[in-house]
Design a protein. Structure first.
Length: 160
């Protein structure tokens, strides 16, 4: 789910420009969850209507036109039941994906402006989702191996 190709050739300025609006951030997750358009998780139909919530929620609820099942872009994902803005999730995901080494939650928090505790929770959920994604895709038609960071060898022994 969280791959470098997701943010290919983007900078923090680009992220702010493209996704700072809540509707744009939600559209990002809509396209991520339903790559080929909305599909009801209950019945599989593709037609939906949007539900206007009375409590003033910023997030859209999508209702299947066939069975009436309601779902949001965060339902059934690592973001389920999050109260953090979706734009904050995009920022943390971007900072996590572009860092080549294990980056601390404190560093990402300082970089993105999201609180430390929220960043820590987000990173835990992102890593958990990544682990689950890797477990479901292990050794399936392994034609190519992609390495991000590679090191070989170690300390040389003896005099230099």
């Amino acid at each position: 789910m969280f791959k470098k190709s997701l943010f290919k050739d983007l900078t923090f300025a680009d992220i702010h420009t493209q996704y700072s609006d809540p509707h744009d951030a939600e559209r990002f997750f809509f396209d991520l969850k339903w790559k080929d358009g909305f599909v009801c998780s209950k019945c599989g139909h593709t037609h939906y209507t949007t539900v206007v919530r009375k409590n003033g929620s910023l997030r859209t609820v999508y209702q299947c036109a066939h069975c009436g099942h309601q779902e949001s872009v965060t339902a059934g994902t690592a973001l389920e039941s999050t109260k953090a803005p979706l734009f904050s999730w995009i920022l943390v995901m971007f900072a996590y994906v572009i860092s080549k080494t294990g980056t601390s939650a404190k560093y990402i928090s300082d970089l993105t402006g999201v609180s430390y505790h929220t960043t820590k929770l987000m990173l835990r959920k992102i890593k958990q989702a990544q682990k689950q994604d890797n477990e479901t895709h292990i050794a399936v038609d392994c034609d190519a191996i992609e390495l991000d960071v590679f090191s070989y060898g170690g300390k040389k022994h003896g005099k230099r």
